[in-house]
Design a protein around this ligand. Structure first.
Ligand code: HEM
Length: 415
């Protein structure tokens, strides 16, 4: 085996250990990014609700495309969990860019009683956020961001607005001192870019969280950090830091893309045409439609099979990894027989996950207030906002996980 190239070794491992994954669809690369939805349709036609697939590095996973099957995985913690070691760990290339899937030790990776304790702390700390104060703060932050570009008559709304909103609100809500806000914002945005700078930014963020915990232990105030530190079920500091870090970073991209995808819908779909003539559908309706049609988290990583089982006609082995296709499940013909009609006000989407690890309800509400306030303030301030490029020139991020725009250039009358 010593004379084999890395690719040959990988191919040999697939053939001997994961025969169903030989020549499986790749969830990366140009072809995938050109038309992920088309690929998922083809996979559903060929394999049904569960398909063998390959992550970057040709690492084998089961892609769950069916709504019912996804529901099944998310509600059977005894069968699918976050702790079972992956049986393909030895195949991971040393420079694998998806290492973060395995790296986190946050609430999201915990299970059983530990998960219950950590998610209760998070739930209680987030649920106590004052909704009036939150909305007022979101308005002020949105106004301040718009002030920076309102006079020039054009803007790129992803980087200048949508990406800036969640981190600013969450940094305030968690309790970072005002003076530290800009540094937290800068480091989080570096982290989200996954560049070579990311590990240093991550280290600085963790150090700031440790400081915040120390301060709030001595001088509690009315912020989320104080409530987490002084909660009767509070975890040791290292776990608290991981969970605070997840609150700041876990909501960042999904909320930013929720804002961006909704603005795109409002600006491109005549049903939402922004005219003063009336009859315009509401921002809330557009946000709800986006959760079905362009869910910001398009694919969810990762669950592992704790035991061998049958899924969608395939034999899944203990330790196999599953990727949950949220966007694909939303177009499952079993729940959407007529793909041309929208889901209306139906709330049964899986955009916030489901089951024990679903996005905590107070976090969902928080994200909704941030996104809705941001969009409403923007439309109020710049009522004749329109796209600066044809709609088909807008580009989606080349990510298997997220569904979000790389940019959203707009023009408007300078205000
Ligand atoms: C500031 C806003 C947000 C915060 C603070 C937040 C926080 C969290 C936390 C702490 C978890 C982990 C729950 C656990 O494992 O027990 C989580 C999970 C999740 N969140 Fe959010 N979230 C936010 C916004 C969003 C948005 C906008 C979306 C998508 C539309 C979203 C989708 C999800 C999903 C799908 C999960 C489940 C992940 C899984 O099963 O691994 N979140 N969120």
């Amino acid at each position: 085996m010593t004379d084999l190239t890395t690719e040959q070794r990988q191919a040999f491992a697939l053939a001997s250990r994961y025969p169903a994954h030989v020549d499986a669809a790749r969830l990366y690369g140009e072809e995938f990014h050109r038309d992920a939805a088309g690929l998922f349709r083809a996979l559903r036609a060929r394999h049904g609700a569960v398909a063998p697939a390959l992550l970057e590095g040709d690492l084998p996973v089961w892609l769950v495309l069916g709504y019912r099957e996804m529901h099944y995985v998310l509600t059977r913690p005894e069968l699918f969990d976050r702790r079972t070691p992956w049986n393909a760990l030895d195949l991971i290339p040393p420079d694998w860019s998806l290492q973060w899937i395995l790296a986190t030790e946050s609430v999201m990776r915990s299970g059983g009683e530990e998960h219950e304790r950590r998610s209760t702390v998070l739930h209680d700390a987030l649920a106590a956020v004052n909704q009036f104060e939150l909305r007022a703060r979101c308005e002020r932050i949105a106004d301040a961001l718009i002030d920076e570009f309102a006079a020039v008559g054009h803007a790129e709304l992803m980087s200048q607005f949508a990406q800036q909103m969640p981190v600013r609100v969450v940094a305030w809500m968690l309790g970072f001192p005002l003076a530290e806000g800009p540094a937290v914002v800068r480091d989080l945005l570096i982290l989200m870019d996954y560049t070579a700078e990311a590990p240093a930014a991550y280290g600085r963020l963790l150090a700031r969280m440790h400081d915040l915990i120390r301060q709030r232990r001595e001088w509690p105030t009315f912020d989320v950090a104080s409530r987490m530190v002084h909660h009767p079920l509070a975890a040791p500091d290292d776990q608290l830091v991981e969970d605070m870090q997840y609150v700041v970073s876990g909501g960042q991209q999904p909320t930013a893309y929720w804002i961006g995808n909704t603005l795109r819908l409002l600006l491109t779909d005549t049903r939402f045409a922004m005219t003063l003539a009336g009859g315009r559908r509401s921002v809330g309706q557009a946000m709800g439609e986006v959760l079905w049609e362009d869910p910001p988290l398009a694919n969810l990583s990762a669950y592992w099979a704790a035991r061998a089982c049958q899924m969608g006609g395939y034999q899944v082995q203990a330790g196999d990894m599953l990727v949950l296709g949220i966007a694909a499940a939303h177009t499952d013909p079993h729940i959407r027989p007529d793909q041309t009609t929208g889901a209306g006000g139906n709330q049964a989407h899986l955009a916030f996950g489901h089951g024990t690890h679903r996005c905590p309800f107070p976090a969902q509400e928080l994200a909704e207030v941030i996104a809705e306030t941001a969009i409403e303030v923007l439309l109020d301030r710049l009522p004749d906002l329109s796209l600066a490029v044809p709609a088909d020139k807008l580009r989606w991020e080349e990510s298997v996980w997220f569904r979000g725009l790389t940019g959203l250039p707009v023009v408007f009358t300078p205000a």
